[in-house]
Design a protein around this ligand. Sequence first.
Ligand SMILES: *[C@@H]1O[C@H](CO)[C@@H](O)[C@H](O)[C@H]1NC(C)=O
Ligand SMILES: *[C@@H]1O[C@H](CO)[C@@H](O)[C@H](O)[C@H]1NC(C)=O
Ligand SMILES: CC(=O)N[C@H]1CO[C@H](CO)[C@@H](O)[C@@H]1O
Length: 384
Amino acid sequence: MPPRLTASLACLGIATALWRYRPVRWIRTHSLTSSLYWTARSWLWNYPLTPDLVIWDEGDPNQYEKWLEERARTVRIWEFLSPYFAERGYTMYIRADLSDVMVYRFPASSMIDASKLSYPYAQRACTNEEEFKFGLIAHRVWAARDREGRDVILKVISGAVPTNELKALQLLLSEPLRSDPRNHTIPIIEFIEFNQQTFIVMPRWSDPVQSDFSTVGEVIRYARIFFEALTFLHENNITHGDIALQNMSMDVLTPCPCYPRYYTGYHGPERRYALIDFGGAELPTVAGEPSPGFEESRRRDIAWLAETLEIHLRCIEHVVPGIDKFLAPMSADNWENLPAAATVLSSFDEMCCYLSSEELNMPLKAYRWDRGRFSYRDAPPENL
Ligand SMILES: *[C@@H]1O[C@H](CO)[C@@H](O)[C@H](O)[C@H]1NC(C)=O
Ligand SMILES: *[C@@H]1O[C@H](CO)[C@@H](O)[C@H](O)[C@H]1NC(C)=O
Ligand SMILES: CC(=O)N[C@H]1CO[C@H](CO)[C@@H](O)[C@@H]1O
């Protein structure tokens, strides 16, 4: 028998044997041909993606060996899905080293001419493909490029049972919240469903502190936007629940890691800042009332935001001496009497409204404050 035929017969034999143990489940997608393809692919890959979100859990990183196995499994789910996103115009980043599940991922398609980028896509501080590399930190996200060559993030946010994150985004995208100018939350480009799981496509932005501020006015504008964002959310009986630098972003794509290379020059008046990751949000009840967990979560938002912004607000103390008094009531030590976000915003405005344009344009001496210690630039800032 020719070897080709033997091989085919062997494959057929294996397939028939497997067929008896692995029943076929129909995968419903947007079209019949696509459903046929995904039913076959899912069967061959042994159904890596069930409708349950727990499929993405990696377990405890302290149990490293077990955790690595789970990580390899979630990476495999992304790779399994790659043709599905490609069909929708998103070419997923690829792993540089296929034997390693922890390594960086690189873009697999070419980038757009940077001058053609506009909101909501990030301005670029990256100059070559190497700088676009994307570290594997959160296992539920993966980077990709769209048909035009713009960088986006894919993130799975819900399984068959709708999560708070999905509900929060639906609420933020509905009127009148959507058109409120204080809605400083990451724009969502698209929702994509696969086998009852929901993925979102967002523009790929970077963390605001990866690029440093050059003037007093830039720090004030940055902090004010986040105080306003919180006022808007709390007024609508929504909390974020997980405010930290990793969950704040701006519409610039910077290489990482960046210190001691500085990216000053990106915090101008056109810069957009946004909160991301609403996985820990408290949402209003059907009647619009705050949820039972609202108050606790609201306090956490205030205390954590103050702690996060303090890193930069302390750097303008030489021009705005009231910073210390302004921050004090927002300390976690004042838990019982933490002010409302709206109160914080108005006292911030009161403190800053007397500043002259000379004061706003004053350069920063230190670029960062951390538990009582200032850090100063040791190289001239780039891109100024
Ligand atoms: C917030 O509002 C602006 C302006 O209306 C809009 O461009 C942006 O997409 C909105 N953000 C969200 C998350 O809907
Ligand atoms: C939020 O809850 C408060 C208190 O129950 C209520 O008065 C207010 O109308 C709610 N806000 C919205 C936007 O529904
Ligand atoms: C997208 C992202 O980085 N989300 C992070 C938000 O902050 C929490 C707490 O620090 C992290 O666990 C998330 O990964």
